[in-house]
Design a protein around this ligand. Structure first.
Ligand code: URA
Length: 200
């Protein structure tokens, strides 16, 4: 399973986005509404990588437009990071879910799905060439930085990586929404984003 045969040899984001609409590089397209490609300009200085689109992203076809996206936007604003300098995307481009009653419950993508989708992320990185790459949460961080990466221990600290000049990870905004102590988690998230702002 790999998206590789679907990825055009192009650094144009509209071309990549268009080609991704018909990606069948793994099986997740079967139950998802549509591919959710990254969003932002090719001149963005910073790329944020989440896990996969959620329920609302799946329906709207845009990343980070649901509750987690609103939390991300709030944090970016508070940290003074201009949304226009940001490209947002996900490690996996289709929503993985299971039905529970009428609800669609998010399922974590597995390693096979992450690896299958990786060529899209590599193409986005080649097109945008962000100076700073920020992994949001363990799935993106471990997928991009290695299985041994621990967000809880290594968050906010730049790590050596060939993916961008500066690479770091922080918690996923949805972890703030799930937390019993939202205020503390949010403060930590903004503190990490301020480190990103200082690098720009
Ligand atoms: N969570 C993610 O990781 N990505 C999205 O786009 C939305 C929620």
């Amino acid at each position: 399973m790999t998206a590789a045969p679907y990825v055009p040899d192009s650094r144009s984001l509209p071309k990549l986005r268009g080609a991704a609409t018909v990606c069948h590089g793994c099986d997740l397209w079967r139950t998802a509404t549509q591919t959710v490609f990254g969003s932002g300009t090719r001149t963005a200085d910073v790329m944020f990588v989440g896990e996969q689109p959620g329920d609302q992203e799946d329906q709207q076809g845009e990343p980070f437009v649901g509750p987690a996206g609103r939390m991300l936007d709030k944090g970016l604003e508070e940290a003074g990071i201009d949304r226009g300098r940001v490209y947002v995307t996900n490690a996996v481009k289709h929503f993985k879910w299971q039905p529970r009653g009428k609800r669609r419950i998010h399922q974590k993508p597995n390693w096979t799905e992450l690896a299958a989708c990786r060529p899209w992320l590599d193409a986005e990185l080649a097109a945008v060439k962000p100076r700073v790459l920020v992994c949001l949460g363990a799935t993106a961080a471990q997928g991009l930085l290695g299985r041994q990466f621990r967000v809880t221990k290594q968050r906010g600290e730049p790590v050596d990586s060939p993916l961008a000049e500066i690479v770091l990870a922080t918690i996923h905004p949805s972890a703030i929404l799930r937390s019993d102590d939202r205020e503390r988690e949010y403060a930590g998230f903004v503190a990490d984003l301020r480190k990103v702002a200082a690098l720009l």
